[in-house]
Design a protein around this ligand. Structure first.
Ligand SMILES: NC(=O)c1ccc[n+]([C@@H]2O[C@H](COP(=O)([O-])OP(=O)(O)OC[C@H]3O[C@@H](n4cnc5c(N)ncnc54)[C@H](O)[C@@H]3O)[C@@H](O)[C@H]2O)c1
Ligand SMILES: N[C@@H](CCO)C(=O)O
Ligand code: NA
Length: 447
């Protein structure tokens, strides 16, 4: 093969950076071609409006490369780089590319989390590659480590801070004492958060990434519908302040793990679980040090032990770095006729239902400081079969310390099922001695 023809679909934040790096005649494309061992040739860029001005691209690239006909463009390529986002037409364009024998690179987590199984199967059937390093944690190499470097190990658990917007918001609440609304507004001003921050703050973006991480880590197709999802809207400034006092931090984590649960037929089985929710994390945990809009993925493997991957999870240039890395690999594969490792095809674990989630919990109560209260509270946990790990008591903020006042009681449980915990909370609220259940948070790492 003398050259690898590349079709770029989409010329937005990420696509425009990829386009500039592949500009015909540029030093950068010459360098990428040298690394690939074959000439990389950009043959076209599909956009919505081929006549619209394009900042950053006009003057760098020949406008004749722009086309509004993505369907035709994919049939002229050896590698298609999909950066339009969304489910359609991205899905159909990739399937069409595979039918025509092209490989593909995508950064589209939403598409992979919904239709990954179909797309991987279509690529396998066509004998071509589908690479997607940019889809999880942007620039951070995490797909390739899971797919290739750890192929000889047994991954037990993956914990990720995979959404920069929510990490920025929680970090502002922690470091500046801001409210959730003020922190979201600041993230929007700085361009981290979208005008409609739903996909980020409600955990949709992280859930798509959790599905992809779980699929790779456990060789089992996991979709976004399989992911238990809670966002960060319920996290209050008081939760974050209380966490800080207790030497912990609140983070939105994507968790993919090999665990046991109860399947739909009521049997205890080993399986895969994927979930996204806020957690209380000890400041000792490596993920607690991930500040601002940065991302990190923490992998627990049987042989390797703990690994952590850290860096920028978003932004045009950082994300384009991951896309271009995939492109160089696929160009090499086209040149030597090889193919990357299969993603699916050796599934061995069932995906556990989302209501089978079991985690540790921290329950913060405001209680009367008088005899018998602790025993009454402990009795509620016992009645629901929830085992207590630690109990801490201190005077409530503003309350007079000592007997007769009110106290803040912080109970951390061992692993418990959601339903059992919900039963505890309902019964605790009914106790005379309990003024309020101030917060309920899941716990990861040592408390
Ligand atoms: N921006 C990031 O930081 C980031 C990080 C990781 C992954 N990603 C993923 O990369 C992809 C692209 O993201 P982005 O931030 O560049 O988005 P973007 O919205 O900036 O760019 C997408 C571009 O595609 C164009 N487009 C949409 N439909 C089209 C079609 N049918 N034909 C031609 N063009 C079309 C849009 O007009 C837009 O210019 C998405 O899947 C996103 O999830 C982005
Ligand atoms: N909105 C995402 C961008 C990368 O997917 C984030 O905040 O991390
Ligand atoms: Na990545």
């Amino acid at each position: 093969m003398e050259r690898v023809r590349v079709a770029l679909l989409g010329c937005g934040s990420v696509g425009s950076q990829v386009a500039v790096a592949l500009a015909p005649g540029s030093e950068s494309v010459a360098e990428l071609s040298a690394r690939a061992g074959v000439a990389i040739e950009l043959v076209g860029i599909a956009v919505r409006d081929a006549s619209a001005p394009r900042e950053g691209v006009d003057g760098v690239l020949d406008r004749a490369l722009l086309t509004a006909d993505a369907d035709a463009l994919v049939t002229r390529a050896d590698v298609v780089v999909e950066l339009v986002g969304g489910l359609e037409p991205a899905r159909s364009l990739l399937l069409r590319a595979f039918e025509h024998g092209a490989s593909a690179v995508t950064g589209n987590k939403a598409l992979l989390a919904a239709h990954g199984r179909e797309l991987h199967a279509a690529a396998d059937a066509a004998g071509v590659d589908l690479y997607f390093e940019a889809a999880v944690a942007g620039a951070i190499p995490i797909i390739r480590p899971l797919r290739e470097s750890l192929a000889g190990d047994r991954v037990e658990r993956v914990l990720g801070i995979v959404n920069g917007t929510t990490n920025y918001v929680l970090d502002q609440m922690d470091s500046r004492g801001e409210t959730f609304d003020a922190a979201v507004a600041r993230a929007q001003e700085l361009g981290f958060a979208e005008a409609d921050p739903t996909a980020d703050v409600d955990g949709w973006d992280a859930a798509a990434k959790a599905a992809i991480l779980a699929t790779l880590a456990f060789h089992t197709p996991v979709t976004i519908d399989d992911v238990h999802r809670e966002g960060i809207r319920s996290v209050s400034a008081e939760d974050v302040a209380a966490a800080r006092e207790a030497g912990a931090v609140v983070k939105l984590l994507a968790v993919a793990e090999r665990t046991t649960g109860v399947d739909d037929a009521g049997n205890e089985v080993e399986g895969v679980q994927a979930r996204v929710h806020p957690v209380l994390l000890s400041r000792e945990h490596p993920l607690a040090s991930v500040r601002g809009a940065y991302n990190a993925v923490f992998v627990e493997a049987a042989g390797a032990g703990d690994l952590m991957f850290y860096g920028q999870g978003a932004g045009g240039r950082p994300t384009a770095s991951a896309v271009l890395g995939d492109l160089v690999t696929l160009a090499r594969h086209r040149q030597d006729g090889s193919q990357g490792p299969r993603v699916l095809g050796h599934a061995d674990l069932p995906v556990l239902p989302t209501d089978a989630v079991r985690t540790r919990y921290q329950v913060r109560l405001v209680v009367a400081d008088r005899p018998g209260v602790l025993a009454a509270v402990a009795q509620v946990f016992a009645a629901h079969g929830v085992s207590i790990e630690t109990v801490r008591q201190r005077p409530s903020a503003g309350a007079v310390a000592g007997e007769g006042g009110s106290a803040s009681l912080v109970v951390v449980t061992h692993t418990a099922a959601d339903a059992a915990l919900a039963g505890c909370v309902a019964d605790l609220s009914e106790l005379d001695a309990v003024a309020s259940v101030a917060s309920v948070l899941r716990v990861e790492g040592d408390s």
